[in-house]
Design a protein around this ligand. Structure first.
Ligand code: SF4
Ligand code: SF4
Length: 873
């Protein structure tokens, strides 16, 4: 019977996942395979439908210009007429969207500089795959048609700027549309300037002071006269071999003091004699495994890897703009392999204003192996002392993530206030539960209902800030491939939420988030409570404990499954993460999606009327991911010795987290505080009821209840005397404050010797074997030792640049699994409560999985953090 039900459940789950997957696969340009020639062929329009973005055009030129574009022609009376220009966004800019990858867009612009159309060729935005229909992005880009490229187009209605034209955003995809707006405007402006539609903005020329410049390289760097642009192999998707991809130093040479420090008096005079007015010289020296000059450079051609960008102006270099840099006069110059002086020949360039050195490169996507255009830049601005009047005032545009934060400031403040309120209420739990009774829990439930309502309405439906397991997967991948703060900062509420979740898990476990703040969890429990009030109570039920104890593992399986799949295909993992009904419920709306999604989310909400939080208990991969570290929360709930045989509070535990021995499984507990109300209630908690009655019969007064959950003794106990315990408690052997029986590791015997204890404990974390375990499981422990040696060699090879991070982390993962087996045989205990405390208990398999997984994650992260800055990883 039980296996039948299990398999039926699994089959239903697979079916739903399949439907979700096929529904998602209908998206047209998500991770679309684009022809390899798209980036390189001169015949751009042979590979993409240029006619769609330039209606009426019948002919297209080859790619021309830098950055490239094609000309579009019509035929009128047999004559060819220029209609406008078509260009590919990734030829021009490298602006990542929410996924961290660019949205590849084909853009059309007429000869007057008005957009004629745009087509999304490829995107990697998960939200457009599974949450918001892709047509929304198409609708968004249609707003540009007919707009002049020089117009001030902004997302949303601009209240302060009369010149700004507001564009309708896509709710729930703000980051994507902000990035796309930048793409459209930057690409359009680059081409418009090249073809003469937009006139360059003339900046006032720099006037130099007679300030002295330092003579040493380091001092010039310290004051900012020389800048450094460093690119690591992993930045371009290559494996690190202990050598930089490119380390580049550069600076501006026309400024007399700086120029003389770098070139010497003669060198500077010689260079200046070759420059005309409005010509500017910069120098670059570099070392690394690649070349900034580019291997494809031929005489007469263009240096296609370096550019100088100032405002909307981009300056590229031909061979005539190149001069040899034979030596650098400043003392202490680093070793370099390549050097050059480039001449910017333009009256639009001004050394008084900041400019950027840009290096263009092809990046290999480590997950898909595809190549994509990318650029790296570093700002240069002459120090104020070399400019008459100092540096001019420059209005800077904020990065995308900052714009989003500023735009949502009131929401962010409101959200932080909500989180602070929840933490404050929970921090006062002892007072609240003491004021409540089993029959009247208003002191706990009213603030909780308020927080639930705010969480559902404001966090879930309004701000769409429901955390998801996909964010956990993204972290793993970001750590593995490339950590970008921008990626995480792009959604401020989610960013703040995750910091709160991480901190609260360390203190109290996942319960504060899951039980009080998760929008979906709150919604389902609210439905359950409402249904109970509306007369459905008699139909409400809990699964039998035995079933619950089996089914609760499903969510862990789903989480590990998603994590494993994500290493093969993040796209597939994101699709399968639709097992979370969050997007359907909050982002898109229950009735705005294909029926399988609606059916799935609707069913879960429907079942929630009868079973308390069915999704949280059995399916939620996010809940599972958060439950793992909850094993090591610092502060648990209070228990009395009698809780063991009594377990009366288990009846009211909607999470079924209290076992027959009265022990609380912190991974399952959602901190509803029901058991804590009972703990202090002398009309509900059996030992307290008993003592109350005894005192009543004996005519004794009732003293207040102490923090240990017992009446304060009428006669003060002598110091050091054991606390009051009933006869029942005295008979109980189990310690209900711990999920399993207490244990005492041999190393924990260092009485009074703190340093010795810390050393012994550190060793215990690092060395999973024991003499006793070795005698019992010779083969397993021997194999474990061999594996550990192999993993150590792997780390050393990786540090020497001989192995990729992926291989090392694969081994680390494999070793962690094996360590669980080794420790269960040799050191089967875990710590209970604060990490600095000295309470230990026996470990079951799940405890050990959580302990080893968490410990090795911390060790791995520490090794990464240590080795990366040293250039060893
Ligand atoms: S288990 Fe999942 S849905 Fe439930 S409260 Fe936790 S995160 Fe939310
Ligand atoms: S009753 Fe106690 S153990 Fe059960 S969920 Fe609530 S706080 Fe946790």
């Amino acid at each position: 019977m039980s296996s039948n039900l299990n398999s039926l459940f699994l089959r239903c789950l697979c079916w739903v996942l399949f439907l979700c997957w096929t529904g998602g696969a209908l998206a047209t340009s998500y991770e679309a395979q684009l022809p390899a020639e798209l980036n390189s062929s001169p015949r751009l329009c042979d590979f993409v439908p240029c006619g769609e973005v330039m209606p009426g055009a019948v002919e297209f030129s080859e790619r021309k210009g830098r950055p490239p574009y094609v000309e579009a022609y019509s035929r009128v009376a047999g004559k060819r007429q220029l209609m406008g220009y078509v260009f590919l966004s990734t030829d021009i800019v490298d602006i990542p969207a929410y996924s961290g990858k660019p949205v590849v867009t084909l853009i059309g612009m007429d000869a007057e500089g008005r957009f004629t159309g745009s087509k999304i060729l490829k995107h990697s935005e998960p939200i457009l795959l599974l949450g918001i229909p892709e047509s929304e992005l198409v609708k968004f880009t249609r707003q540009y048609v007919g707009r002049f490229v020089g117009d001030k187009l902004e997302i949303g209605k601009s209240g302060q700027d009369d010149e700004a034209i507001g564009l309708d955003a896509i709710t729930g995809a703000t980051v994507t549309v902000i990035a796309q707006n930048q793409v459209m405007l930057r690409c359009g402006a680059e081409v418009a300037k090249q073809v003469g539609i937009m006139k360059p903005v003339l900046l006032p020329a720099a006037k130099f002071t007679a300030a002295e410049a330092p003579r040493s390289w380091q001092e010039l760097m310290d004051e900012g006269s020389i800048q450094f642009l460093g690119i690591k192999p992993e930045d371009v998707g290559k494996e690190g071999r202990g050598q930089a991809y490119l380390d580049m130093w550069f600076g501006y040479l026309n400024q007399p003091a700086v120029g003389k420090s770098l070139l010497g008096e003669e060198g500077y005079a010689s260079l200046m004699s070759r420059l005309k007015p409005d010509e500017h010289a910069i120098f670059i020296i570099a070392r690394g495994s690649d070349s900034f000059k580019g291997s494809g450079f031929v005489r007469g051609g263009i240096y296609d890897r370096v550019q100088v960008r100032q405002g909307m102006e981009t300056h590229t270099f031909r061979d005539l703009d190149y001069l040899n840099l034979y030596s650098v006069a400043a003392s202490g110059v680093p070793d370099y392999r390549e050097s050059a002086i480039f001449i910017i020949r333009s009256g639009n360039f001004s050394a008084a204003y900041p400019w950027q050195l840009v290096l263009l490169a092809n990046k290999v996507d480590p997950e898909s192996g595809a190549r994509q255009f990318t650029s790296f830049h570093r700002e240069y601005w002459l120090p104020a002392k070399y400019l008459e009047g100092g540096r001019p005032l420059v209005e800077r545009t904020d990065p995308t993530w900052l714009k989003v934060w500023k735009g949502r400031l009131p929401e962010i403040i409101g959200f932080i206030a909500l989180l602070a309120f929840a933490a404050l209420v929970y921090g006062q739990r002892d007072r609240l539960v003491r004021r409540s009774t089993r029959k009247d829990k208003r002191w706990v439930s009213l603030p909780k209902y308020f927080i639930w309502t705010a969480s559902i309405v404001f966090v879930g439906f309004h701000a769409m800030a429901q955390p998801s397991v996909t964010q956990v997967l993204t972290w793993f991948h970001a750590m593995l491939y490339q950590w970008k703060w921008e990626l995480f900062l792009s959604d401020p509420l989610i960013f703040v939420f995750w910091w709160f979740i991480i901190l609260s898990i360390f203190f109290w476990g996942r319960g504060l988030f899951c039980g009080w703040l998760c929008p979906f969890g709150s919604l389902t429990e609210m439905l359950y409570k409402l249904a109970g009030r509306l007369g459905l109570k008699r139909f409400q039920f809990k699964l039998p404990q035995v079933w619950h104890d089996r089914l609760k593992w499903l969510k862990y399986g789903i989480f590990y499954g998603l994590l494993g799949i994500s290493f093969f295909s993040m796209g597939l993992a994101e699709m399968l993460a639709e097992v979370e009904p969050f997007k359907t419920t909050f982002l898109v709306g229950l009735f705005n999606r294909a029926w399988p999604y609606t059916l799935f989310a609707g069913s879960l909400l429907g079942i929630s009327l009868f079973i308390e939080r069915p999704f949280c208990k059995y399916l939620c991969p996010l809940g599972a991911a958060l439950a793992l570290p909850s094993t090591f929360r610092w502060f648990g709930l209070k228990r009395k010795q009698e809780c063991g045989p009594c377990a009366a509070c288990a009846v009211g535990c909607g999470s079924l987290a209290i076992d027959a021995a009265g022990r609380i499984d912190q991974r399952e507990c959602l901190l509803c505080l029901d058991c804590m109300v009972m703990y202090y209630d002398d009309h509900a908690c059996p030992p307290l009821v008993q003592e109350r009655k005894q005192r009543g019969k004996a005519g004794q007064s009732l003293t207040p209840i102490g923090s240990d959950g017992y009446y304060i003794p009428i006669k003060p106990l002598p110091a050091g005397a054991p606390a009051h315990k009933s006869a029942v408690a005295a008979r109980s052997k189990a310690d209900p404050t711990m999920l399993t029986d207490p244990a005492l590791p041999p190393y924990a015997d260092h009485e009074g010797d703190l340093i010795g204890l810390i050393a012994a404990e550190t060793w215990d974390h690092l060395w999973p074997w024991s003499h006793h375990g070795f005698q019992r499981q010779r083969a397993v422990q021997g194999l474990g030792l061999a594996l550990a040696v192999t993993v150590t060699v792997m780390w050393i090879l990786a540090a020497m640049g001989q192995l990729s991070e992926g291989v090392v982390l694969g081994w680390w993962f494999g070793w962690s699994l094996f360590e669980v087996v080794v420790r269960l045989g040799s050191k089967p205990y875990v710590k209970e409560g604060p990490w600095l405390g000295r309470r230990y208990r026996k470990a079951d398999t799940m405890d050990m999985v959580c302990y080893v997984g968490f410990k090795n994650l911390l060790i791995g992260a520490a090794l990464f953090i240590l080795l990366k800055p040293l250039g060893l990883f």
